[in-house]
Ligand binder design. Structure first.
Ligand SMILES: Nc1ncnc2c1ncn2[C@@H]1O[C@H](COP(=O)(O)OP(=O)(O)OP(=O)(O)O)[C@@H](O)[C@H]1O
Ligand SMILES: [Mg+2]
Length: 306
């Protein structure tokens, strides 16, 4: 959500707090859709410890991986980018060394810094499931975040808690940066909203901040106004499934004052399973499938935003 970084390489983090909702499938095919639009793309497998992005491109054996970079065996990140058979599209394979999943903060920063220096238009990060700081921090540093969910209620609620965790983490970092200890304490109270019902919504929280520090209240509102998460409801089987994204949108609006989320839908499609079984990306195997059309829509949204 845009903490930093120069603008010419756009880092897009693909996350989903629940396992198996389609993060990797969407990352791989979105990378292809963007490359078809003429953009240079590098897809990065950041599901450290459980990497499988390469298999969706039909790559069976990984040569250099993120392990080599993180463990300082290879000093330059560009040296671990593998070319794929697709024009404009490179991939960085995930590592498999146990323990690497918990990169310390400095290693994470170094990695993100190096990713932002890659000579490419888009860097797509396929992140692991869950809402650990490992995942959340990458999302905070990225310019765009795509949150993948399925239409089922538990998955939607997971997605909502994830966004809430993200907002709290973002505000905590902001207050730490401006050394606003009192506001950090207020934020802690907002986590325990049963005891502090007035802080249950971000509107209530901002009102309380406003009583302490007007400038800070304004800057929080700015952070929330500028935050525009892209939510993808994947494996939608019906129009009703597609509508569930609106429920999430309303929750984010009402409780978190996030007004400009974008909801997109990717339909359930048997072409996905067929392509995976043949070790071929769906977009190449079935370019006219419903799935391909929906992925192209996400690519156009990313492509058209500044
Ligand atoms: N739109 C779709 N239609 C049909 N099948 C799909 C669709 N999206 C994903 N799948 C299938 O769902 C399964 C899980 O997808 P995927 O591995 O991309 O999820 P993930 O979120 O990356 O999982 P993990 O949390 O384990 O990393 C795969 O078998 C994939 O082929
Ligand atoms: Mg995955």
């Amino acid at each position: 959500m845009g903490l930093s970084m120069k603008a010419n390489t756009k880092i897009v983090a693909i996350v989903g707090p629940k396992g198996g909702v389609g993060k990797t499938t969407i990352s791989a095919n979105l990378a292809i859709a963007l490359s078809v639009l003429g953009k240079k793309v590098i897809a990065v497998d950041l599901d450290l410890g459980a990497s499988n992005l390469h298999t969706l491109f039909g790559i069976r054996e990984t040569k250099a991986t993120l392990d080599d970079f993180v463990l300082n065996k290879i000093a330059n990140l560009p040296d671990i980018v593998l070319e794929t058979s697709i024009n404009n599209l490179g991939i960085i394979c995930g590592g498999n060394v146990p323990g690497i999943a918990n990169l310390n903060y400095n290693k994470k920063l170094k990695l993100i810094h190096n990713l932002s220096q890659l000579k490419t238009d888009f860097v797509l990060l396929d992140l692991g499931a869950g809402a650990s700081f490992n995942v959340v921090d990458f999302l905070i540093i990225a310019q765009e975040g795509i949150l993948v969910t399925t239409p089922e209620v538990p998955s939607l609620l997971n997605a909502y808690s994830f966004i809430k965790t993200l907002i709290f983490r973002r505000l905590t970092l902001h207050f730490k940066h401006s050394e606003q200890t009192v506001l950090i304490e207020l934020l802690d109270k907002a986590r325990d909203f049963d005891s502090y019902p007035k802080l249950k919504t971000m509107e209530g929280f901002m009102e309380a901040v406003n009583n302490i520090n007007v400038a800070e209240a304004n800057s929080i509102r700015k952070i929330l106004t500028n935050y525009r998460p892209i939510v993808v409801v994947n494996r939608a089987r019906s129009g009703k499934d597609a509508e569930t994204g609106k429920v999430l949108q309303n929750l984010m609006n009402q409780y978190l004052s996030i007004k400009s989320s974008i909801i997109l839908t990717v339909r359930e499609d048997a072409a996905v399973g067929t392509a995976v079984a043949r070790l071929k990306p769906v977009l190449l195997e079935a370019p006219n499938s419903l799935f391909a059309k929906d992925i192209e829509m996400i690519a156009r949204v990313l492509h058209s935003t500044p």
